[in-house]
Design a protein around this ligand. Sequence first.
Ligand code: FES
Ligand code: FES
Length: 149
Amino acid sequence: MRVIVNGVSHELDVDRNVPLLHVLRDALGLKSVKLGCGLEQCGACKVLVDGAPEFSCRRTVGEFEGMSLVTLEGFANETLHPIQQALLDHNAAQCGYCLSGILIAARALFDANPRPSRREIQIALDDHLCRCGAQPRILNAFCELSANG
Ligand code: FES
Ligand code: FES
């Protein structure tokens, strides 16, 4: 089967019933995609699918045949993406485990609307658990990015 990940087309010889997350991590080496709960309840595994954030821990890779996927590795450039820089500026990048999914959700939000409201940001991050207490800094970082957008 074929998937397009971070702009590169891959022909994969994999079991179509394997969760997408495992194919991304194990077959393609994209370790930014994290396994947290495995139950679509924490958001750590989210990736962009045709521009929309989707869980990858339970849905099978076969469901994504021919679709265009983006992981955090796909953000990489010579400079950080503004949403990454915003977290750094607010000292909000605490654990590196939940943040991949949070950045995926934020990327989808800001790509669709460069000036989201605080409430819209909260809704976009609603699927994402952060256990360390960084949520206020994460939210403030994205609110300031929106204000400057
Ligand atoms: S690992 Fe997918 S939502 Fe938690
Ligand atoms: S920043 Fe990852 S759990 Fe809080």
